[in-house]
Design a protein around this ligand. Structure first.
Ligand code: NAD
Length: 336
């Protein structure tokens, strides 16, 4: 039975990947510090270790105690827009934390390291983004993701570490963290409606994204290690039909049976149109299922309505307040 570590397995995508791995017959260990995830998300057949990927001693002990065949690294703080203002935290958590896992994977002979990068590595390149484009990330989140991709490349060249990289985009669905005001637009809109508040949209709402249902991507990530031709490769992963955020808001309100009340906030500095070409992943892993946006939103809304609204927390320790969007600045606390 293959033994797999899933970091971030109490989070949204990680918990689905962990569940898929359990189904596929893996023995699964989840490492998560619960900073953005919930214990209830962890599949009950998985062993759970609460701790941080930044805790090098814990990471080394975990790898010594378990002979991991595969590492699925999904732990990260994925607040792309906020990452400009929390650079140090972003690079520690998303880059240095990843390096701890890469080091341990090399030292303990892991057979394949699966990493969830992001469409954020492309920045403002002309969509649809393709894997053969030279990435130009526009924010620290994307820079950290790209740096980890590069680290995996050189760790393969230097030490033979096998890897598969996925660049998913705008994934939504059941178990997404709907309490985080800085990321997950679908979750933010649903949480606001559940609380009886208008949905907040940055700028005119004409920014376009292709929203991806979790059930269409988690099984592909879990199965990646079974495809020899995927080794050493980078794959875009996700839907290729794009919608404006205004269209998304209308669909969310519609499936929840609520009035579509929107509050437009000052525009923030973000990429206007972002979606990617998923044909490379389709060639290697097969076409797979593509859940229509309305259907996927309905499934997530059914889960969210049972689950209820969650109180949004405020990010502690913002490092830079200059140019922070006003709606964030009013609720933020800062360290020097
Ligand atoms: N959701 C998306 O649309 C999307 C798109 C592209 C890439 N990704 C990437 O996929 C991965 C999963 O994202 P998600 O949307 O499921 O987010 P999530 O917040 O739901 O899951 C991340 C999990 O990582 C955990 N975590 C964070 N820092 C940690 C640390 N230092 N040590 C241990 N655990 C830690 C959190 O507690 C959380 O459970 C991330 O790497 C993210 O960058 C997500």
């Amino acid at each position: 039975m293959p033994v797999s570590l899933v970091t971030g397995g109490a989070g949204f995508i990680g918990s689905h990947v962990a569940a898929n791995l359990v189904e596929d017959g893996h023995q699964v260990v989840v490492l998560d510090d619960l900073s953005g995830g919930y214990l209830e998300n962890v599949p009950r057949q998985a062993a759970f270790v609460q701790g941080s990927i930044l805790d090098q001693l814990l990471v080394d002990k975990l790898f010594s105690d378990n002979s991991f065949d595969f590492v699925y690294h999904l732990a990260a703080y994925a607040a792309e827009g906020l990452s400009h203002f929390i650079k140090r935290f972003n690079y520690q958590n998303n880059l240095i934390g990843s390096i701890n896992l890469i080091n341990a994977s090399v030292n303990h002979g892991v057979k394949c390291f699966v990493f969830t990068s992001s469409i954020a590595v492309y920045g403002a390149l002309q969509p649809p983004m393709r894997e053969d484009m030279t990435p130009i990330p526009e924010d620290p989140y994307g820079i950290a993701k790209l740096a980890v991709e590069q680290e995996l490349r050189v760790s393969h060249e230097m030490f033979g570490l096998e890897f598969v990289v996925f660049r998913p985009h705008n994934v939504y669905g059941e178990r997404q963290n709907i309490a985080d005001r800085y990321r997950n637009v679908v979750g933010i809109l649903m949480n606001q409606l559940l609380k009886g508040e208008p949905m907040s949209i940055f700028g005119d709402g004409n920014q376009q994204r292709a929203f991806t249902y979790i059930g269409d991507v988690a099984p592909v990530i879990a199965a990646a290690v079974r495809y020899p031709e995927a080794r050493g490769q980078i794959f875009n992963l996700g839907a290729d039909v794009s919608y404006t955020v205004n269209e998304l808001a209308r669909i969310v309100a519609d499936v929840m049976g609520l009035e579509c009340r929107v509050r437009h906030l000052e525009a923030r500095n973000e990429v206007k149109v972002a979606f990617s070409d998923g044909s490379k992943a389709a060639r290697v892993f097969g076409k797979g299922q593509t859940t229509a946006l309305k259907e996927g939103i309905l499934r997530m809304a059914e889960w969210a309505m049972v689950h209820g609204a969650r109180e949004s927390c405020v990010f502690q320790n913002v490092e830079i307040v200059k140019n922070l969007p006003p709606s964030w600045a009013s609720v933020i606390s800062r360290v020097g």
